[in-house]
Design a protein around this ligand. Structure first.
Ligand code: G3P
Length: 217
C-alpha cells in the first residue's frame, strides 16, 4: 500500500517525506485555503513547489463544475509537472471530464466518492485513482471501511485497474484497516502516519535498553 500525505502544508509534507516512506501527496481546496493559498497563480506555484519536494503522484483539484471548465483547468494543472494527477469531483460532468482526460493521457483522481456505484462509474471512465472518504462516512454513522472492502472486491473481480485511494483518514487504525482491506493507497494526515510509530511497550523497552547500556558504557 502506498502512503500519501493529505495536506498542503509544506512543513508537514517535508516531515513525511523525510521519513523516507512517502509515495505522494493529495490536496483539496479546503486544505489549500487552510494554508492561506489564494488566487490561481499562487495555487499553481504551490503545486509546483510540492512537485519539486516529493517525487510521487501529486493530486491537484479542479474547482470548476462544468465539463469545459474542468478540461481547461485540468490541462493547466497537468502541465505543471508530469507527476500531477488531476482531481475531479464525482458528478456527472466530472465523469465526462475523467473520460476525456483518460482519452488524452492525463491521469485523474475521482474525489468525493461515498458509494460503490460511484466508484464503478469512475473506474469505467478510466480514473487512475478513486477516493472513497472513509472518515466522513464514519462521521455520518455509516461504515467507511466496509466501502473499501466492497470496492476492493468489485475492482478485483471485474479487473478494473483504477487504484483505490482511501481518503478522509482520521487515525492510525484507519490506515491499518485500509491495508487489511487491500486499499492501493492511503492518504493520511501527518499525525495519523506518526501515530503508527507509537506503542508504550516500545518506549518502556527502549528506556530499559538505554539504562542497561550505561552499565557497559
Ligand atoms: O483530501 C480529501 C479527504 O482526505 C478529506 O478528508 O478529513 O476533510 O474528511 P477530511
Amino acid at each position: 500500500m502506498k502512503f500519501f500525505v493529505d495536506t498542503a502544508n509544506l512543513q508537514q509534507i517535508k516531515e513525511a517525506h523525510d521519513l523516507g516512506i512517502l509515495d505522494g501527496v493529495t490536496t483539496n481546496p479546503s486544505l489549500m485555503a487552510k494554508e492561506g493559498i489564494q488566487g490561481t497563480d499562487a495555487v499553481m506555484q504551490h503545486y509546483k513547489t510540492i512537485c519539486e519536494m516529493v517525487d510521487g503522484d501529486i493530486s491537484a483539484e479542479v474547482v470548476s463544475v462544468d465539463f469545459n471548465g474542468m478540461i481547461d483547468e485540468g490541462k493547466k494543472l497537468a502541465a505543471i509537472h508530469p507527476n500531477i494527477v488531476v482531481k475531479v469531483p464525482m458528478i456527472k460532468e466530472g465523469i465526462k471530464a475523467i473520460k476525456w482526460f483518460t482519452d488524452n493521457g492525463i491521469r485523474t483522481n475521482c474525489t468525493l466518492v461515498f458509494s460503490a456505484g460511484q466508484a464503478i462509474l469512475a473506474a469505467k471512465a478510466g480514473a487512475s485513482y478513486v477516493s472513497p472518504f472513509i472518515g466522513r462516512i464514519d462521521d455520518s454513522g455509516w461504515d467507511g471501511m466496509a466501502l473499501i472492502h466492497q470496492i476492493r472486491q468489485i475492482f478485483s473481480l471485474q479487473g478494473f485497474q483504477t487504484e483505490i485511494l482511501a481518503a478522509s483518514i482520521r487515525n492510525p487504525n484507519h490506515i491499518i484497516q485500509c491495508a487489511e482491506a487491500g486499499a492501493d493507497v492511503c492518504t493520511c494526515p501527518l499525525d495519523a502516519i506518526m501515530g503508527l510509530l507509537k506503542h508504550p511497550l516500545t518506549d518502556i523497552g527502549l528506556a530499559k535498553f538505554l539504562e542497561d547500556a550505561k552499565k557497559f558504557a
